[in-house]
Ligand binder design. Structure first.
Ligand SMILES: [Zn+2]
Length: 378
C-alpha cells in the first residue's frame, strides 16, 4: 500500500482511511510484558552510554556542536545524561567515545532542508548553489536554498493531507487531516521547548506520499517516527479511550516506542472522563500484519526508523469529535506526545498496553487514484 488513504473504509464506504479497522483478532492484554524491557536492552543497533543510547547521543552531540541546526537543539548543561568535555570521572584511556574538540569540524552535508516556502524535505544532493531535494510527492527538484537540517531525534507525521487523501471526518465537520496537523504542530512546539528537535512530514494541507514521509525520517536519522491519526469507523462504547498504536513487528524499539506513547496518551485522554469514548475490544499497542506476514500499514512497514502509527481516538464518534475540536484537547494530546518522547529518549521506560497476538488484515486496493499534486517549495 503506497498511497496514503488508499484503503476503502468498508464499514462506512469512504475511501480515505489507511490506518484503522475493526478486523482485529481477539487476544490477551499484556500490561507489563518483561520481554519488552529485555528487548530494549538487547537491541543490537543501540549501545548505551551514560544512560543515553549512543546512536541518539552521537546525533545530539553533532547538533550541539554544529550550532547551525534550525531545530535549535541544545541539551541542558546540567543534564546528567549528556557527558561534557570537562568530566573527570572517565579515565582518559576511554575517551575515544567522548566528545572532543576535534569533532567540532564540518558536520557534513545537510540531510534535510526547510525550503524557502517552509516545506520540510530530504536532501538528495548539495549543489554549488542550492540543493536537489525529494519533493513531497517523491520527485526530485532543485531549490535555491533553505534552512539545513541534520540529525533530528523526532519526526512527526500528520496523517493524510491534500485533496487526494482527506482522511476521516467528524460529524461536526472536523477533518482528520486538519486535526492531525494541529496536534503535530503543537507537539513539535512542546518538544522543542524541551530541547528536543522535531520535524514534521507536512506543515500544511498538501499531499505527500508514504514513502516520502518515511524517507524523511530515515534520512534525518530519527530515533522515532510517529504517524498521528484519529480513527474511524466507530466501534462499541467504552468507559475509557480507545487509543490504538500500531508498531513495527520486527522492531523492539518500535514496540517500546508504542508502549511508552500508549502509557502517556491513554493517561492524558482518560482525564476527559465525561466523554462517551469508543473502543475496539483489542485496543492497545498492537501489530497489524497482512496475510503475507508483513506490517499491513505503509507508515509502519516502510520506515527503517523505529515508527508507530498512533490513533488517539475515534473522530467518527460524535462525542469524541466534539472533544477533538477543542483547543484543550489539542494541547493535552500534544503534551502527551512530548512527555512520551522525553521518556522514550532519555529513560529506559518500558511502556505498557500491548495486546497480543495483534490483528491480521489485508488493506483493500486503493480507490483514490488522483495524482499527487506538488506544493511549491519556494
Ligand atoms: Zn488517519
Amino acid at each position: 500500500m503506497e498511497s496514503h488513504g488508499s484503503k476503502q473504509d468498508r464499514a462506512c464506504g469512504r475511501s480515505t482511511k489507511d490506518e484503522g479497522d475493526d478486523c482485529g483478532n481477539q487476544g490477551r492484554r499484556n500490561q507489563s510484558d518483561p520481554h519488552a524491557v529485555e528487548g530494549t536492552e538487547h537491541d543490537p543497533r543501540i549501545r548505551r552510554f551514560g544512560g543515553l543510547p549512543v546512536r541518539r547521543l552521537a546525533g545530539m552531540l553533532v547538533l550541539t556542536m554544529v550550532g547551525a541546526c534550525t531545530a535549535g537543539f541544545s541539551p541542558s548543561p546540567t543534564s546528567p545524561t549528556v557527558p561534557s568535555t570537562t568530566t573527570t570521572i572517565v579515565p582518559s584511556t576511554t575517551t575515544t567515545t567522548m566528545p572532543s574538540t576535534t569533532t567540532t569540524t564540518d558536520p557534513g552535508p545537510p540531510l534535510g532542508l526547510i525550503t524557502p516556502a517552509g516545506i520540510p524535505v530530504a536532501v538528495r544532493l548539495v549543489l554549488p548553489e542550492g540543493y536537489l531535494v525529494w519533493t513531497p510527492c517523491g520527485e526530485i527538484a532543485r531549490v535555491s536554498g533553505g534552512e539545513p537540517l541534520w540529525q533530528t531525534p523526532v519526526v512527526l507525521d500528520p496523517g493524510h493531507g491534500g485533496n487526494r487523501d482527506i482522511g476521516a471526518q467528524g460529524r461536526n465537520g472536523l477533518p482528520e487531516k486538519v486535526l492531525n496537523l494541529q496536534v503535530a504542530m503543537a507537539a513539535k512546539a512542546h518538544l522543542e521547548a524541551r530541547g528536543i528537535p522535531a520535524v514534521l512530514t507536512r506543515v500544511d494541507d498538501y499531499a505527500t506520499t508514504l514513502r516520502t514521509r518515511s524517507q524523511l525520517a530515515d534520512l534525518l536519522q530519527a530515533s522515532a517516527l510517529i504517524s498521528i491519526h484519529h480513527n474511524a469507523p466507530t466501534p462499541g462504547p467504552s468507559a475509557t479511550p480507545g487509543t490504538e498504536i500500531f508498531y513495527q513487528s520486527r522492531s523492539e524499539e518500535s514496540r517500546r516506542l508504542g508502549g511508552v506513547l500508549y502509557e502517556h496518551v491513554f493517561e492524558a485522554l482518560s482525564k476527559f472522563d465525561q466523554v462517551q469514548w469508543s473502543a475496539a475490544p483489542d485496543a492497545g499497542v498492537i501489530t497489524v500484519l497482512s496475510s503475507r506476514g508483513t506490517d499491513a500499514y505503509g507508515m509502519v512497514r516502510i520506515p527503517e526508523t523505529p515508527a508507530v502509527l498512533l490513533e488517539f481516538g475515534y473522530i467518527s464518534n460524535p462525542a469524541e469529535a466534539e472533544l477533538f475540536a477543542t483547543e484543550e484537547y489539542v494541547e493535552v494530546a500534544a503534551l502527551s506526545i512530548a512527555d512520551a518522547m522525553e521518556a522514550y529518549l532519555y529513560t529506559d521506560a518500558p511502556g505498557t498496553g500491548w495486546y497480543e497476538p495483534g490483528r491480521v488484515f489485508d488493506p483493500a486496493p486503493g480507490l483514490t487514484q488522483a495524482a499527487c499534486v506538488e506544493v511549491p517549495l519556494e
